[in-house]
Design a protein around this ligand. Structure first.
Ligand SMILES: [Zn+2]
Length: 307
């Protein structure tokens, strides 16, 4: 079944549809219908069951709007950017890295520096998907993905809609550490809305501007303690480490948990979480193993594992 047929079916059956359609709608925003909202809740509850009840972590519920200082400290203000190129003819904005990935064999173009992206657009004579105008020579610019707002009247106190739920966990660390009696390790989860002002949302509900995230931040002492790896030592993981991603013929690696940790491919806690059935079931084998290149460009979390 094609993606558009699937999206149509989802709409007819009440799973999800573009929001505010009666007023023209706007891309990147979806409403979950009666079936979809229930299904989404079931997934969230399965996640809660796994990480709160079985792993013993605690959930918080932080605001979605936070002051500028938070995102200055996290690095999002400076570097949470996508590469934008504007068509000189029709004015439509495109994600430069996506154009490259769509029209060439190159993968992970978002990790390239801007000059290289401009060069690739020239080299491959990439054109506007909307009107076919030449994009070679057009400047590629960083576009910050955060939605900005004003807290209170006037503009003296800028705020931002959180681009990921992790911020609410990190900024409350002092308070949360106290609840954990200042003992490591401890884990804090949050399920809630996050917002990214995507340049060109696409792929239906895969890339949207408002979405629900479920995140766990697990605070550890790297020199002390660790997960019970014995129980999962033989579980096989499919991994795509940074070194492989940077090679031209990079490959997915298959390693048991024990091997992966011993070879230093993956941190022991990340290996442990990867073996949890819920994650394996959700992620499948191929897409589960990619360590994000981009997250390393800014100071979010040091783990930077996308699950
Ligand atoms: Zn155009």
């Amino acid at each position: 079944m094609s993606r558009s047929a699937l999206v149509e079916l989802a709409k007819r059956r009440g799973y999800f549809f573009q929001s505010a359609g009666a007023y023209g709608g706007v891309s990147g925003f979806y409403t979950y219908g009666p079936q979809g909202a229930t299904l989404k809740q079931n997934v969230e509850n399965a996640w809660r069951e796994r990480f709160q009840i079985r792993e013993g972590h605690r959930e918080i519920d932080a605001p979605t709007v936070m002051p500028e200082a938070v995102f200055e400290a996290s690095g999002h203000l400076d570097t949470f950017d996508d590469m934008l190129v504007e068509c000189p003819e029709c004015g439509e904005s495109h994600r430069a890295d996506h154009l490259i990935e769509d029209e060439t064999d190159i993968e992970e173009a978002e990790s390239f520096p801007i000059e290289e992206v401009e060069e690739l657009i020239r080299e491959h004579d990439l054109r506007c998907p909307n009107c076919d105008a030449e994009l070679a020579g057009e400047p590629v610019e960083d576009f910050n993905l955060m939605f900005e707002t004003n807290i209170g009247p006037g503009d003296s106190s800028p705020g931002y809609l959180r681009p990921e739920t992790a911020q609410g966990i990190f900024v409350e660390f002092p308070q949360l550490a106290e609840y954990a009696r200042n003992q490591l390790p401890f884990g804090i989860t949050q399920i809630g809305k996050a917002y990214r002002n995507e340049i060109s949302p696409r792929k239906s509900i895969v890339r949207v501007r408002e979405f629900t995230q479920a995140e766990l931040e697990h605070f550890i002492d790297p020199n002390e303690g660790g997960p019970e790896l014995d129980r999962v030592a033989d579980v096989e993981l499919t991994l795509y480490p940074v070194e492989e991603q940077q090679k031209e013929d990079g490959e997915y690696l298959t390693r048991t948990v024990e091997e992966a940790v011993e070879e230093g491919i993956v941190h022991e806690w990340i290996a442990y979480y990867r073996t949890l059935p819920l994650l394996l079931g959700l992620l499948g084998r191929r897409i589960g193993g990619r360590r994000r290149l981009r997250i390393e460009r800014f100071g979010g979390s040091s783990g930077g594992e996308a699950v």
